[in-house]
Design a protein around this ligand. Structure first.
Ligand code: HEC
Length: 118
């Protein structure tokens, strides 16, 4: 009477063990997929027309204090607002930033802004 019962519990432990093994494997696969995706999206974090003068100036001036937001993150109106705000931030920190540079960056951001059509 006892033996079949033991056999049964052994069977179910074995099944559980196998299930956990399978789960581990799946988790590992999902994990590496996530890692691959994250590194891919970081590598893909290129700004548009990255060789242009505007893009170069943008990444030079605007990545000093924080990560570089993608131009499509904000609309033209929002960029104008942020550019004014950042001018203040930069002045406070003594980061050299003149009107011509601001214009170049503004033109660049407007070109690829959210909802920009041309
Ligand atoms: C002197 C440091 C400094 C520089 C240089 C700077 N920023 Fe910022 N930026 C900040 C700080 C600090 C914040 C946090 C919000 C705040 O209090 O102004 C911020 C926030 C932002 C935000 C809003 C948050 C977000 O991630 O959407 C945007 C957009 C932004 N900056 C764009 C720019 C752009 C464009 C430039 C280049 C013209 C720039 N920043 C250069 C300091 C800086």
């Amino acid at each position: 009477m006892l033996v079949p019962k033991l056999q049964k519990s052994w069977d179910s432990s074995l099944r559980k063990f196998k299930r956990i093994q399978r789960l581990k494997k799946t988790l590992l696969q999902v994990g590496s997929l996530v890692v691959a995706l994250v590194s891919f999206s970081c590598a893909g974090m290129q700004i548009p027309d990255s060789e242009s003068q505007g893009a170069r100036l943008y990444s030079k001036k605007c990545s000093m204090c924080h990560g570089l937001p993608h131009p499509s993150r904000h609309s033209r109106i929002e960029w104008d607002h942020y550019l004014e705000l950042m001018k203040g931030n930069m002045d406070k920190k003594g980061v050299p930033y003149n009107a011509q540079e601001m214009k170049t960056i503004r033109t660049y951001l407007h070109r690829f802004a959210k909802g920009a059509t041309s």
